[in-house]
Design a protein around this ligand. Structure first.
Ligand code: TYD
Length: 394
């Protein structure tokens, strides 16, 4: 399957940069041997994660609460003993949104973050951070300087990393004998169920399932000991792994693995159907946008998400159909979207001159946004939401 020519999802740019814009072919594939769902080609990590990375986790209040709860859950369920003796490492710690919760509890921590600008923001929040990619070398250096860790945690990061073997080797070096590896990422089961194909973009080299995670890490002596479905990012899964036999295995592992088999996540025909569902979603969305335009109605995008890059480029939606996209992230504002070059404007461009219709690219924050935008809806504003099926609300 191919979504065609695709730019860097977070590569918001200015017109002088159009001529050098990087494109690759976004082609997802399913391996019926190891059961991973992944993209075949990924740009070099340095092209995506650098000193002007555009994604700051703190932009969502809901995510701040989520990470506070995630940290509390790690502490309650997986960190034993006096907090002074504990050590937690986070992969891709971004602006410190999760680790600050460990810092506040006096737990020794370290963030490993390749994007220098977000790491700098983390330091402002009291989060100890090094600017590096994680792998066996980084793990060895951390052990030399800080000792082994009780937990290696991550959120929306593991699926970004093509070299999972390097991560597993690094985890093996870094973790104490009974240490845990905990991460959460957008969940393949949710993506297939909702046709939320916008989860597929350059940074997401994998969309994981319990079946694939179990296979990947078994090669390094780890086993799944718990699975916890999450509402974040439109449906995610938290995976908890430990060395085989080191910890007891929760019933969720057998239950969720069985539900994945029932949904056919191990079968190629499931992905053939997914491809057809993507094509239908594209046709429906483009048809509705053309109808809005024909009726002379203004359509504005809400949230210049990474996900929107896949939708805009796969569906061929440009500034002729979507006037601009409003976004609260300063680094994205007054730039243009990757590939289709739709202007990105500050939130006030939306709130001070409501369009007729808002296309909700940040659909994973729908509850938070609908709550915030009651007055838009009250004065007759309509929403286009494309997940789980393309529809107009209001
Ligand atoms: P998000 O959906 O978290 O992720 P991704 O980029 O991984 O697809 O991105 C949220 C984007 O939406 C971010 O650029 C900020 C923007 N946003 C708003 O502009 N207003 C809002 O109320 C919210 C919640 C997000």
């Amino acid at each position: 399957m191919s979504y065609g020519r695709m730019p860097i999802a977070n590569g918001f740019l200015t017109p002088d940069q159009y001529k050098d814009e990087y494109f690759f072919e976004l082609k997802p594939a399913f391996c019926d041997h190891c059961l991973t769902f992944q993209i075949e080609e990924q740009p070099a990590p340095e092209a995506m994660f650098h000193d002007h990375y555009a994604f700051f986790s703190r932009t969502s209040k809901f995510m701040q609460t989520h990470f506070k709860e995630y940290a509390a859950w790690v502490c309650d369920h997986h960190l034993k003993g006096d907090s002074a003796g504990l050590f937690v490492v986070e992969l891709g710690s971004n602006d410190g949104i999760m680790l600050e919760n460990f810092a506040k509890r006096g737990i020794r921590h370290l963030g490993v973050e390749p994007s220098a600008n977000v790491a700098e923001e983390a330091r402002k929040h009291g989060v100890n951070t090094i600017v590096r990619f994680f792998g066996p070398d980084t793990a060895a250096d951390i052990v030399t300087e800080y000792g082994q860790a009780d937990a290696l945690i991550a959120a929306n990061v593991m699926c970004h990393i093509p070299d999972l073997n390097g991560i597993a080797k690094g985890a093996d070096l870094l973790l104490k004998r009974d240490g845990v590896l905990i991460f959460e990422d957008p969940y393949l089961g949710a993506m297939i169920e909702k046709t939320s194909y916008d989860q597929i973009y350059d940074e997401h080299v994998f969309i994981f399932s319990a079946l694939s995670v179990a296979n990947i890490f078994a090669a390094y002596g780890f086993e799944l000991i718990d699975l916890l479905p999450q509402h974040t990012h439109g449906g995610s899964m938290r995976y908890v792994l430990a060395r085989k036999g080191a910890r007891s295995v929760a019933p969720s592992v057998a239950e969720i693995t069985a539900s994945e088999k029932a949904a056919g996540l191990h079968l190629p025909e499931t992905y053939e159907q997914f491809r057809k569902n993507c094509e239908t979603s594209k046709e429906d969305l483009v048809r509705i946008l053309k109808e809005e335009k024909a009726a002379g109605r203004r359509v504005v995008g809400y949230g210049a998400t990474s996900k929107s890059t896949t939708i805009l480029n796969y569906c061929g939606i440009g500034p002729d159909l979507v006037e601009f996209i409003s976004d609260t992230t300063p680094i994205k504002q007054n730039k243009f979207t990757p590939g289709m070059h739709i202007p990105v404007k500050p939130y006030e461009a939306f709130s001070e001159n409501y369009p007729d219709t808002a296309l909700l690219f940040a659909w994973n924050h729908q509850t938070e946004i609908m709550e915030k935008e009651k007055s838009f809806s009250a004065q007759g504003g309509k929403w286009i939401v494309h997940v789980p099926k393309v529809k107009v609300l209001g």
